[in-house]
Design a protein around this ligand. Structure first.
Ligand SMILES: O=P(O)(O)OC[C@H]1O[C@H](OP(=O)(O)OP(=O)(O)O)[C@H](O)[C@@H]1O
Ligand code: HPA
Ligand SMILES: [Mg+2]
Length: 172
């Protein structure tokens, strides 16, 4: 990928690990909604938030699920000055969302925080939950499960495939 920073570390997440971590997120969010502790709806930030949001909605028995689609792009001058900007290209149901009160917005991870910053501006009273968080964007989340360093690239199971690896002794 051309727009990826030269990350030093890779954190590879299996489906099983993602399932456990998303369940841990649901556990943490249980009973923490406004008023009687329940949440009105789950909103997934597509596409990465969809798998964790499904697991959270299942565990918390929330049937109202919607999506918000945020597209990121680079703007600015040369490579060094480029900034990551985000834009909403599909909104959830406005009547349901209101100012976000009682809504759980779920994403797979927060990196720079640009995506959540934008969604938070639109729904300031929503609760923002991520499975993984990097330090730069951490302040944009209300709840997350696992923190990783900024120079770590998280590989999600939907972006990976099982493949053969040479035995240690066969490698240079
Ligand atoms: O904190 P940020 O720096 O904004 O980055 C985090 C966002 O980036 C990734 O989504 P991406 O926009 O790549 O789209 P995708 O979910 O469709 O893969 C990830 O799923 C988060 O939504
Ligand atoms: O570490 C990451 N992994 C996958 N997608 C991402 N989008 C921003 N940061 C990441
Ligand atoms: Mg995403």
């Amino acid at each position: 990928m051309i727009d990826r920073l030269p990350h030093e570390k890779g954190f590879h997440v299996s489906w099983d690990q993602l399932h456990r971590d998303a369940r841990a997120l649901a556990w943490r969010l249980q009973g923490r909604g406004p008023d009687d502790g329940s949440w009105r709806a789950v909103v997934a930030i597509t596409r990465g938030g969809m798998a964790p949001a499904m697991i959270v909605a299942r565990e918390l028995d929330i049937r109202t699920v919607d999506t918000i689609s945020v597209k990121s792009y680079h703007s600015g001058g040369g490579k060094e000055d480029q900034r990551r900007e985000a834009q909403v290209i599909k909104s959830p149901n406005a009547e349901m969302m209101g100012d976000g009160e009682g809504i759980l917005v779920v994403d797979d991870l927060v990196d720079t925080g640009k995506t959540l910053e934008l969604v938070r501006k639109l729904y300031p009273k929503a609760h923002f939950a991520c499975v993984y968080a990097k330090p730069e964007g951490e302040k944009q989340t209300d709840t997350f499960i696992t923190g990783v360093s900024q120079d770590t690239w998280i590989f999600f199971p939907w972006d990976m495939a099982l493949q053969y690896v040479e035995p240690f002794r066969g490698r240079d």
